[in-house]
Design a protein around this ligand. Structure first.
Ligand code: BTX
Length: 324
């Protein structure tokens, strides 16, 4: 009901009387007043005049369904959003419900207190500064294809961020960099049987309006945000919807064609690693090698002292060394 009242106020430039809302929605004026007060508590600025009714003055900078949905063009992703002011980790929560929920459910939080990266690393997620969300999917794919969805996610985010006219690169397998610093990380996790993915959680973290002082000393050297790079305050609601729109386009296309090449091409063309030397960190060894390519299965092809090797995501950690 609250969302319906909000939609009525949004669609009008002038005051809407309590009587009109009451007629449209079939609820009492006292009930309307209660919902309006709730909206005000959530940060909506609503002017109320006894004679004229209610007028929406401004909406808060939050990533609730009501704020994102006006920009959504998806067929199913994000049609249901679970929104939290604060959560430990959207991926941890998404994983706990992923088996029994709708395909395309999105979990979004304004802040994560235990945001996670790969291999047990931490993802810093300060309140209202970024987009911290997880998409739950039930694709009809074998587990061996799961890493390709990270490629689809990275390429769709790349495409979305291109509009900011900044130097964006994709660092295989799961990071996006601007001017060499990390702006986005992707964490793909799944629940699977031998031949079948039961559910997949794609976690996306993007530093949007993060300022330098929001990063700790270590992150200041390696991380950045859209705000820092463009000098502008960015509309997180619109950007969240655009990311979901682009991701769904790519995802639906991939499920129907099973052809990853167009997305791999985006990753290759804009790779932060190809022709660079990287430090490869495996559980039992560390070495420096030159990245030659990303192959058609999405594996990283490296030249280790003349020996060509292929690396699957998940098994390595990479540090850029210097240009080769
Ligand atoms: P990753 O393991 O590639 O990157 C983690 C590393 O990135 C950290 O060790 C740290 O050095 C650096 N880092 C931490 N926080 C940030 C940040 N805000 N910006 C830039 N660099 C940072 C990347 O893992 C995958 C991250 C996924 C995050 C999303 S947010 C929504 C979802 N929920 C959740 O808990 N994780 C995902």
């Amino acid at each position: 009901m609250k969302s319906k009242i909000l939609n009525i106020l949004r669609s009008s430039d002038t005051y809407v009387s309590g009587e009109e809302i009451s007629k449209l929605l079939g609820i009492s004026r006292a009930a309307i007043w209660k919902h309006i007060n709730q909206l005000k508590k959530e940060g909506y600025q609503i002017d109320s005049l006894t004679k004229n009714g209610y007028k929406l003055i401004s909406s808060p900078d939050i990533l609730s369904f009501d704020e994102i949905s006006p920009f959504l063009k998806t067929k199913f992703i994000g049609h249901d959003i679970l929104y939290y002011e604060s959560i430990d980790s959207t991926n941890t929560f998404a994983k706990s419900i992923s088996q029994n929920c709708k395909d395309g459910l999105v979990i979004i939080a304004e802040e994560q207190t235990k945001g996670r990266g790969r291999l047990g690393r931490t993802w810093v997620s300060p309140k209202r500064k970024g987009i911290w969300m997880s998409i739950i999917l039930h694709p009809n794919l074998p587990p061996s294809e799961a890493h390709k969805l990270t490629i689809i996610t990275a390429s769709s985010i790349y495409n979305t961020l291109c509009k900011f006219n900044v130097d964006i690169k994709i660092k295989w397998p799961n990071d996006i960099l601007i001017n060499g610093k990390k702006i986005c990380g992707i964490l793909t996790e799944m629940n699977a049987e031998l031949n079948h993915i039961n559910s997949l959680v794609i976690g996306i973290g993007i530093n949007v309006n993060t300022e330098v002082e929001d990063f700790n000393e270590e992150l200041t050297k390696i991380a950045t945000s859209l705000r820092i790079e463009t000098g502008k305050f960015i509309d997180r609601k619109k950007l969240t919807a655009e990311i979901l729109n682009n991701f769904e386009d790519f995802y639906i296309d991939y499920l129907s064609t099973k052809d990853i090449r167009p997305y791999l091409e985006i990753v290759r063309k804009n790779s932060a690693l190809i022709n660079k030397y990287v430090e490869i960190i495996k559980p039992n060894e560390k070495y420096i090698a030159k990245v030659v390519d990303i192959d058609d299965d999405g594996q990283l092809v490296i030249d280790n002292d003349g020996k060509i090797e292929k690396l699957l995501s998940g098994e390595v950690s990479l540090h850029n060394m210097y240009n080769g």
